[in-house]
Write a protein that binds this ligand. Structure first.
Ligand SMILES: CC(C)(COP(=O)(O)OP(=O)(O)OC[C@H]1O[C@@H](n2cnc3c(N)ncnc32)[C@H](O)[C@@H]1OP(=O)(O)O)[C@@H](O)C(=O)NCCC(=O)NCCS
Length: 221
Protein backbone atom coordinates (compact mmCIF):
# COMPACT_ATOMS: atom_id res chain seq x y z
CA UNK A 1 0.00 0.00 0.00
CA UNK A 2 1.49 3.33 -0.99
CA UNK A 3 0.64 6.83 0.09
CA UNK A 4 0.55 9.64 -2.40
CA UNK A 5 -0.64 13.23 -2.22
CA UNK A 6 -2.26 14.02 -5.54
CA UNK A 7 -4.04 17.35 -5.31
CA UNK A 8 -6.22 16.36 -8.21
CA UNK A 9 -7.93 13.75 -6.04
CA UNK A 10 -9.65 16.48 -4.07
CA UNK A 11 -12.53 18.07 -5.88
CA UNK A 12 -15.09 20.67 -4.96
CA UNK A 13 -18.14 20.46 -7.13
CA UNK A 14 -20.23 23.55 -6.69
CA UNK A 15 -23.89 23.52 -7.31
CA UNK A 16 -24.45 27.15 -6.57
CA UNK A 17 -26.52 27.96 -9.66
CA UNK A 18 -28.65 24.83 -9.28
CA UNK A 19 -30.73 25.04 -6.14
CA UNK A 20 -31.77 21.61 -5.00
CA UNK A 21 -34.93 20.92 -3.08
CA UNK A 22 -34.02 18.51 -0.33
CA UNK A 23 -36.98 18.71 2.00
CA UNK A 24 -40.65 18.97 1.34
CA UNK A 25 -43.21 18.40 3.98
CA UNK A 26 -46.72 19.31 4.82
CA UNK A 27 -46.97 21.65 7.80
CA UNK A 28 -50.42 22.93 8.73
CA UNK A 29 -51.51 22.50 5.16
CA UNK A 30 -48.68 24.56 3.68
CA UNK A 31 -45.93 22.89 1.70
CA UNK A 32 -42.54 24.01 2.94
CA UNK A 33 -39.66 23.59 0.55
CA UNK A 34 -36.19 24.13 1.95
CA UNK A 35 -33.58 24.72 -0.69
CA UNK A 36 -29.96 23.69 -0.39
CA UNK A 37 -26.85 24.71 -2.25
CA UNK A 38 -24.27 22.51 -0.64
CA UNK A 39 -21.22 21.59 -2.76
CA UNK A 40 -20.02 18.02 -3.18
CA UNK A 41 -16.51 17.37 -1.87
CA UNK A 42 -14.60 14.16 -2.50
CA UNK A 43 -11.16 12.61 -2.25
CA UNK A 44 -12.28 9.46 -4.05
CA UNK A 45 -12.82 7.51 -0.82
CA UNK A 46 -15.44 9.64 0.91
CA UNK A 47 -18.03 11.90 -0.67
CA UNK A 48 -19.42 14.84 1.28
CA UNK A 49 -22.69 16.48 0.34
CA UNK A 50 -25.92 17.71 1.90
CA UNK A 51 -28.03 15.67 4.28
CA UNK A 52 -31.42 14.80 2.88
CA UNK A 53 -34.60 13.45 4.42
CA UNK A 54 -33.56 10.01 3.08
CA UNK A 55 -30.71 10.03 5.62
CA UNK A 56 -32.88 10.30 8.71
CA UNK A 57 -33.06 6.61 9.61
CA UNK A 58 -29.35 6.00 9.03
CA UNK A 59 -28.49 9.11 11.03
CA UNK A 60 -30.66 8.16 14.00
CA UNK A 61 -29.76 4.47 13.84
CA UNK A 62 -26.04 5.20 13.57
CA UNK A 63 -25.80 7.30 16.70
CA UNK A 64 -24.28 5.41 19.64
CA UNK A 65 -23.85 6.29 23.30
CA UNK A 66 -20.32 7.56 22.67
CA UNK A 67 -21.59 10.11 20.15
CA UNK A 68 -24.47 11.19 22.41
CA UNK A 69 -22.04 11.64 25.32
CA UNK A 70 -19.42 13.52 23.33
CA UNK A 71 -21.98 15.96 21.95
CA UNK A 72 -23.46 16.48 25.41
CA UNK A 73 -27.01 15.26 25.04
CA UNK A 74 -26.74 11.76 26.63
CA UNK A 75 -28.90 10.16 28.04
CA UNK A 76 -31.13 11.87 25.48
CA UNK A 77 -30.83 10.47 21.98
CA UNK A 78 -31.56 11.76 18.52
CA UNK A 79 -34.98 10.88 17.18
CA UNK A 80 -36.49 11.11 13.71
CA UNK A 81 -38.00 14.46 14.69
CA UNK A 82 -34.79 15.97 16.10
CA UNK A 83 -32.82 14.68 13.11
CA UNK A 84 -35.29 16.14 10.60
CA UNK A 85 -35.28 19.45 12.45
CA UNK A 86 -31.47 19.51 12.38
CA UNK A 87 -31.35 18.63 8.66
CA UNK A 88 -33.85 21.37 7.89
CA UNK A 89 -31.88 23.91 9.88
CA UNK A 90 -28.66 22.87 8.10
CA UNK A 91 -30.34 23.15 4.70
CA UNK A 92 -31.62 26.61 5.61
CA UNK A 93 -28.10 27.60 6.66
CA UNK A 94 -26.76 26.52 3.27
CA UNK A 95 -29.53 28.32 1.44
CA UNK A 96 -29.36 31.52 3.45
CA UNK A 97 -25.63 31.74 4.23
CA UNK A 98 -26.25 30.86 7.84
CA UNK A 99 -23.66 29.98 10.45
CA UNK A 100 -23.49 26.20 10.02
CA UNK A 101 -22.10 24.36 6.98
CA UNK A 102 -22.99 20.70 7.57
CA UNK A 103 -21.95 17.84 5.33
CA UNK A 104 -23.07 14.22 5.25
CA UNK A 105 -20.09 11.86 4.95
CA UNK A 106 -20.76 9.00 2.53
CA UNK A 107 -18.72 6.06 1.35
CA UNK A 108 -17.67 6.81 -2.22
CA UNK A 109 -18.32 3.25 -3.43
CA UNK A 110 -21.45 2.21 -1.58
CA UNK A 111 -22.98 5.62 -0.93
CA UNK A 112 -23.64 4.52 2.67
CA UNK A 113 -23.96 7.32 5.21
CA UNK A 114 -20.85 7.16 7.40
CA UNK A 115 -21.42 10.21 9.61
CA UNK A 116 -21.19 13.98 9.37
CA UNK A 117 -18.83 16.92 9.55
CA UNK A 118 -19.63 20.57 10.03
CA UNK A 119 -18.11 24.00 10.22
CA UNK A 120 -19.75 26.67 12.35
CA UNK A 121 -18.74 30.09 11.11
CA UNK A 122 -17.55 32.49 13.79
CA UNK A 123 -16.60 36.15 13.83
CA UNK A 124 -13.29 37.42 12.44
CA UNK A 125 -13.13 34.83 9.62
CA UNK A 126 -12.88 31.91 12.04
CA UNK A 127 -14.85 28.68 12.24
CA UNK A 128 -15.30 25.70 14.56
CA UNK A 129 -15.13 22.14 13.26
CA UNK A 130 -16.92 19.05 14.53
CA UNK A 131 -17.31 15.54 13.13
CA UNK A 132 -18.81 12.15 13.88
CA UNK A 133 -18.81 8.68 12.34
CA UNK A 134 -20.97 5.68 13.12
CA UNK A 135 -19.43 2.70 14.95
CA UNK A 136 -19.18 0.25 12.00
CA UNK A 137 -17.23 2.87 10.04
CA UNK A 138 -14.74 3.99 12.71
CA UNK A 139 -10.97 3.52 12.60
CA UNK A 140 -10.87 3.43 8.81
CA UNK A 141 -9.69 7.00 8.32
CA UNK A 142 -13.07 8.36 7.24
CA UNK A 143 -13.32 11.15 9.83
CA UNK A 144 -9.79 12.30 9.05
CA UNK A 145 -10.55 12.41 5.33
CA UNK A 146 -13.82 14.25 5.83
CA UNK A 147 -12.33 16.77 8.25
CA UNK A 148 -9.46 17.48 5.87
CA UNK A 149 -11.84 18.05 2.96
CA UNK A 150 -14.09 20.36 4.96
CA UNK A 151 -11.17 22.39 6.34
CA UNK A 152 -9.67 22.77 2.87
CA UNK A 153 -13.06 23.85 1.56
CA UNK A 154 -13.41 26.34 4.41
CA UNK A 155 -10.05 27.94 3.71
CA UNK A 156 -10.31 27.93 -0.08
CA UNK A 157 -13.97 28.69 -0.66
CA UNK A 158 -15.31 30.38 2.47
CA UNK A 159 -12.42 32.71 3.21
CA UNK A 160 -11.87 31.26 6.67
CA UNK A 161 -8.44 31.98 8.12
CA UNK A 162 -8.51 29.96 11.34
CA UNK A 163 -10.41 26.81 12.30
CA UNK A 164 -10.79 25.62 15.88
CA UNK A 165 -11.81 22.24 17.26
CA UNK A 166 -12.72 21.71 20.90
CA UNK A 167 -12.09 18.14 22.02
CA UNK A 168 -12.68 16.51 25.38
CA UNK A 169 -9.22 15.74 26.77
CA UNK A 170 -9.96 12.01 27.04
CA UNK A 171 -11.38 11.75 23.49
CA UNK A 172 -8.27 10.20 22.02
CA UNK A 173 -9.85 9.20 18.71
CA UNK A 174 -10.97 12.78 18.09
CA UNK A 175 -7.55 14.12 19.04
CA UNK A 176 -5.97 11.75 16.51
CA UNK A 177 -8.34 12.97 13.81
CA UNK A 178 -7.54 16.63 14.52
CA UNK A 179 -3.81 15.98 14.62
CA UNK A 180 -3.90 13.98 11.38
CA UNK A 181 -5.54 16.94 9.64
CA UNK A 182 -2.78 19.24 10.92
CA UNK A 183 -4.43 20.89 13.93
CA UNK A 184 -2.13 21.94 16.74
CA UNK A 185 -3.09 21.61 20.37
CA UNK A 186 -3.10 25.11 21.85
CA UNK A 187 -4.20 24.60 25.42
CA UNK A 188 -7.01 23.66 27.76
CA UNK A 189 -10.09 25.86 27.82
CA UNK A 190 -11.66 25.43 31.21
CA UNK A 191 -15.41 24.83 31.42
CA UNK A 192 -15.80 25.58 27.70
CA UNK A 193 -18.72 23.22 27.00
CA UNK A 194 -22.19 23.18 28.49
CA UNK A 195 -24.14 19.94 28.11
CA UNK A 196 -27.89 19.74 27.64
CA UNK A 197 -28.07 18.93 31.34
CA UNK A 198 -26.12 21.95 32.54
CA UNK A 199 -22.80 20.21 33.16
CA UNK A 200 -19.72 22.21 32.17
CA UNK A 201 -16.68 20.50 30.68
CA UNK A 202 -13.05 21.44 30.10
CA UNK A 203 -12.02 21.12 26.45
CA UNK A 204 -8.68 20.86 24.68
CA UNK A 205 -8.40 23.63 22.09
CA UNK A 206 -7.00 22.72 18.69
CA UNK A 207 -6.22 25.38 16.08
CA UNK A 208 -5.63 25.05 12.35
CA UNK A 209 -4.22 27.69 9.99
CA UNK A 210 -4.18 27.17 6.21
CA UNK A 211 -0.47 26.40 6.23
CA UNK A 212 -0.96 23.68 8.88
CA UNK A 213 -3.34 21.65 6.71
CA UNK A 214 -1.86 18.27 5.85
CA UNK A 215 -1.70 17.57 2.12
CA UNK A 216 -4.55 15.46 0.78
CA UNK A 217 -3.74 11.78 1.20
CA UNK A 218 -4.96 9.17 -1.21
CA UNK A 219 -4.33 5.51 -0.53
CA UNK A 220 -3.25 3.70 -3.67
CA UNK A 221 -4.13 0.02 -3.80
C1 LIG B 1 -13.92 10.73 16.95
C2 LIG B 1 -14.47 10.00 15.73
C3 LIG B 1 -15.17 11.01 14.83
C4 LIG B 1 -13.33 9.34 14.97
O1 LIG B 1 -13.85 8.81 13.78
P1 LIG B 1 -13.05 7.73 12.90
O2 LIG B 1 -13.80 7.62 11.62
O3 LIG B 1 -12.84 6.51 13.70
O4 LIG B 1 -11.68 8.48 12.70
P2 LIG B 1 -10.41 7.99 11.87
O5 LIG B 1 -10.57 6.57 11.49
O6 LIG B 1 -10.17 9.00 10.80
O7 LIG B 1 -9.24 8.17 12.93
C5 LIG B 1 -9.38 7.61 14.23
C6 LIG B 1 -8.04 7.69 14.93
O8 LIG B 1 -8.22 7.52 16.33
C7 LIG B 1 -7.49 6.39 16.75
N1 LIG B 1 -8.25 5.82 17.85
C8 LIG B 1 -9.48 5.28 17.80
N2 LIG B 1 -9.86 4.92 19.04
C9 LIG B 1 -8.84 5.25 19.88
C10 LIG B 1 -8.62 5.13 21.27
N3 LIG B 1 -9.54 4.61 22.06
N4 LIG B 1 -7.46 5.58 21.77
C11 LIG B 1 -6.52 6.12 20.98
N5 LIG B 1 -6.67 6.28 19.64
C12 LIG B 1 -7.82 5.84 19.11
C13 LIG B 1 -7.36 5.52 15.53
O9 LIG B 1 -6.28 4.62 15.66
C14 LIG B 1 -7.10 6.60 14.48
O10 LIG B 1 -5.81 7.11 14.61
P3 LIG B 1 -4.67 6.76 13.54
O11 LIG B 1 -5.19 7.22 12.20
O12 LIG B 1 -3.49 7.52 14.01
O13 LIG B 1 -4.50 5.28 13.62
C15 LIG B 1 -15.49 8.88 16.14
O14 LIG B 1 -14.86 8.05 17.08
C16 LIG B 1 -16.78 9.44 16.71
O15 LIG B 1 -17.70 9.71 15.97
N6 LIG B 1 -16.86 9.59 18.05
C17 LIG B 1 -18.05 10.14 18.68
C18 LIG B 1 -18.27 11.61 18.32
C19 LIG B 1 -17.05 12.44 18.64
O16 LIG B 1 -16.35 12.23 19.62
N7 LIG B 1 -16.81 13.44 17.77
C20 LIG B 1 -15.73 14.37 17.96
C21 LIG B 1 -16.19 15.48 18.84
S1 LIG B 1 -14.85 16.66 19.09
Amino acid sequence: MALATPDRQVTFQHHWPRRVVVFKRETQGARIAVMARCPTLTDGVVVLDAFSSDDVDAHVGGEDEEQARRFGWYPNRSTRDTALAAFEQWARDWAEDGATRAFAIRHADSGDLIGGCQLRLREKRMAELSYWTFPPHRNQGFARRAAALVCRYGFEKLGIERIEAYVEPDNRASRRVAEAVGFREEGLVRQRELTQHGERRDMALYGLLPEDLSPPVHVLG
